[in-house]
Design a protein around this ligand. Structure first.
Ligand code: ADP
Ligand code: MG
Length: 268
């Protein structure tokens, strides 16, 4: 099981949308995915139409050392399991910080799942702040996927997260953390600035940058309020197509298949 954190300390950049829909699209390729909702706001949980966990079982695994396998739930989608969020998770920030070993805690909690052979990927949706849960996710992850919004402040956020990765590696919490990919979200081809940002990120980050651009679409914004992934809500729309392409690219990058050079930017 590879652990992939979807992180960016900036909020509203498409972390949850990407975690949930990438996970859903991967399962359609026969990949077994465990989605872990680490955000106390529980957007990934509710975005799949699920209530927050009652007993706070991820919280108890983290803080009380209960078996994390008890926290795994199935979803409507075959091959997709979830560890739901619970608002108690917000308390982890203080409790884990006091316990002193917070960097390693999440990795330890995920270890039995990694060894269980039940999942190919764990996808961690992280909160938008550089607290214990996000740094714990970066310490636990094999790979980091950073969604950024195609706008000026997106670039600023990107340089911050690159620094965070450097710090996580250098402090010894996770020397092998790989910045696997940057995914550009909420792309609007009519906006000149969006095209400028895409070009800049591609020039600077080269292969780290996914070729697939996630468009800004009304449906992607609506789907969570219906408790559905985009492949359930509008399976043939632009949003679903984009996340399916992202899932394919995600798998192709791991199979050693050559990555195509970026084509021209799409227009409406
Ligand atoms: P984060 O998890 O980084 O805070 P979200 O994934 O929750 O970001 O996205 C922020 C908001 O933007 C949400 O309301 C979401 O539904 C919406 N959104 C995300 N991606 C898109 C998109 N590609 N097109 C339109 N709306 C989007
Ligand atoms: Mg989120």
């Amino acid at each position: 099981m590879r652990i992939v954190a979807i992180s960016n300390q900036k909020g509203g950049v498409g972390k949850t949308t990407t975690a949930l829909n990438l996970a859903a699209c991967l399962t359609q390729k026969g990949v077994r995915v465990l989605l872990v909702d680490l955000d106390p706001q529980a957007n990934a949980t509710s975005g799949l139409g699920l209530a927050q966990e009652d007993g706070g079982s991820l919280y108890s695994a983290l803080v009380e050392g209960t078996d994390p396998r008890q926290a795994i739930r199935s979803t409507r989608l075959p091959n997709l399991s979830i560890i739901r969020s619970h608002q108690e998770l917000a308390g982890c920030e203080i409790e884990l910080a006091q316990a002193g070993n917070h960097m390693a805690r999440l990795r330890d909690v995920l270890a039995p799942l990694r060894d269980s052979g039940h999942f190919d990927y764990a996808i961690l949706d992280t909160p938008p702040s550089l607290g214990v849960l996000m740094t714990g996710a970066l310490a636990a992850a094999d790979e980091l996927l950073v969604p950024i919004q195609c706008e000026y402040f997106g670039l600023e956020g990107l340089s911050k997260i690159v620094n965070v990765v450097q710090q996580i590696r250098e402090c010894g919490a996770n020397p092998n953390l790989l910045l696997e990919g940057i995914v550009m979200t909420m792309y609007d081809s009519r906006a000149n600035l969006a095209n400028q940002v895409v070009n800049d990120v591609r020039n600077y980050f080269a292969e780290t940058c996914y070729q697939t651009l996630i468009p800004r679409t009304v449906r992607l914004g609506e789907a969570p309020s219906f408790g559905k992934s985009i492949i359930e809500y509008e399976p043939s729309g632009r949003g679903a197509q984009a996340y399916r392409a992202l899932a394919e690219e995600f798998l192709a990058r791991r199979s050693g298949a050559p990555i195509q050079a970026p084509g021209p930017l799409p227009t409406e």
